[in-house]
Design a protein. Structure first.
Length: 475
């Protein structure tokens, strides 16, 4: 329990899987891997991935639902994860030409692939059509381009239609994706009656945010569309409700609550800063009043992963007077989900080497790492987990603890790996390793860049106590 609320660093202790504990205790293996492959390296394990799939499958079994889990490939670029999903009889959501091409080249069957890319050019649509991959249609221009491709190829293709604009408590959920329910009814009816090569098979949506109520409402309204289509003798085989299933990163809820309250106090200058130059992490201070909330992932969640999905499916439908899972079951619809981050829970760590220690002009200790901020970044304003410090040798100087900031390799004033101040039990030495836990979902790859001509981080697989380089599939 933290009692001094004015300390410089409030711990945010990550949940750590047993495979990470084993690896962290094998510092010789980690140092050897960094020396061989450079800093940083990303290390992955497939064991938690399989466990996470099993948890979701159990929810579907409990509800008696036919299902398919599509791993959101965009969350991590290692081909081992799509292969593991397909091996378990599940599937892969692809969002680009290379993602789809790599999965096909790796031997994943078209029945276990779907194409959801936000922008689909002719080359991408041709690849999907040639390989009989189901395509999610988002807009009319995309559909007209697909018509051109199937006409040229004289090949059949199955499509799912993306929905948007659901009504919750009298308000339309804002989105830039999909057809409204009214537009979708007209579009699918016309497609069914006029297109011989393009076959409608299902509906699809993906909601922003993490509201159980919104997801349940979207399922209910999608099922109303299913019923309207059935009245026109149009069968819906599947309903894909997308991703966005909360996961939990932290061991202690009180740490999360305290950090959030103390961050606000810090920005209001009621205590020492917790972030570099008192960064508000997305909040705005106007006339001594704080507006908004931190633009960060909700790192602590009591209800997460399979429990979150279960809560959605067991939500009560006022329209149908029963849980939405029962409505789905009665209609014999295959329910599909597209988790990315939550399937990768505990599947990866990022390891970087300490390059220097120095103070800035304001007296802050800066610990320079051989990595850049794009290699530990998502849409969140900061990655709010404490890293693990692995000293290379016994102390070479005073065992004085310190608090400071981790900075990276790009030549920018704002080049911070973490904006939050971090405490070290002992003074970091050049050559020490810093381990960032639970980074496989989005943090490693989603924004990684090669500015300054830096090489991308190498990806390794941890299996049976050894490290192996991830497969490279060039397309």
């Amino acid at each position: 329990m933290i009692t001094n609320k004015n300390i410089e660093h409030i711990p945010l202790t990550a949940l750590v899987h047993s495979w990470v504990e084993q690896l962290v205790n094998n510092k010789e293996l980690l140092h050897s891997a960094v020396e061989q492959h450079g800093s940083p390296i990303n290390i992955h394990s497939l064991e938690p991935f399989s466990d996470n799939i099993h948890e979701y499958c159990q929810v579907f079994q409990d509800c008696g639902l036919k299902h398919k889990i599509f791993f959101a490939r965009k969350a991590n670029k290692c081909i081992e994860f799509p292969l593991a999903a397909a091996h378990r009889g599940e599937a892969v959501d692809t969002a680009s030409y290379r993602e789809l091409k790599q999965c096909l080249e790796a031997g994943i069957g078209s029945e276990n692939l779907i194409l959801t890319a936000a922008v689909k050019n002719q080359k991408l649509l041709e690849l999907a059509v040639e390989n009989n991959v189901t395509i999610v249609i988002d807009n009319l221009d995309e559909f007209h381009l697909l018509k051109k491709v199937v006409s040229q190829k004289q090949r059949n293709v199955s499509v799912n239609v993306r929905l948007g604009g659901f009504n919750v408590n009298g308000e339309i959920l804002p989105t830039r994706f999909g057809f409204s329910l009214e537009e979708a009814l007209q579009f699918i009816t016309k497609l069914h009656n006029q297109e011989s090569l393009i076959n409608y098979t299902g509906l699809h949506f993906h909601l922003n945010g993490y509201s159980i109520e919104h997801r349940a409402a979207a399922i209910e309204q999608s099922l109303q569309l299913v019923d309207l289509l059935l009245a026109e003798n149009i069968t819906t085989v599947s309903l894909d409700i997308g991703g966005g299933y909360l996961m939990n990163y932290l061991a202690d809820e009180s740490q999360w609550n305290l950090f959030n309250s103390e961050l606000k106090r810090a920005v209001l200058q009621q205590r020492q800063p917790l972030t570099y130059q008192n960064d508000a992490l997305g909040m705005t201070l106007v006339n001594d009043r704080l507006h908004g909330e931190p633009s960060v992932y909700p790192y602590y969640n009591k209800l997460h992963k399979a429990g979150f999905l279960s809560a959605v499916l067991n939500s009560y439908s006022l329209k149908y007077k029963q849980p939405v899972s029962k409505v789905l079951k009665d209609r014999k619809i295959e329910l599909r989900i597209e988790p990315g981050r939550s399937l990768l829970d505990q599947c990866g760590i990022t390891v970087a080497k300490v390059a220097f220690r120095k103070k800035d002009t304001e007296g802050n200790w800066l610990i320079g790492l051989e990595m850049n901020r794009t290699q530990l970044r998502s849409s969140s304003a900061d990655f709010l987990l404490d890293p693990i410090h692995l000293p290379m040798t016994h102390l070479l100087q005073s065992n004085e603890a310190l608090s400071g900031f981790l900075v990276g390799s790009y030549c920018l004033e704002q080049e911070l790996i973490l904006k939050r101040k971090i405490s070290f039990a002992q003074f970091p030495q050049v050559g020490d390793l810093i381990v960032f836990p639970n980074t496989a979902g989005y943090m490693m790859h989603f924004f990684e860049s090669e500015a300054h001509l830096f090489e991308l981080a190498k990806n390794l697989i941890y299996r049976e106590g050894n490290l192996y380089i991830s497969q490279e599939i060039n397309v």
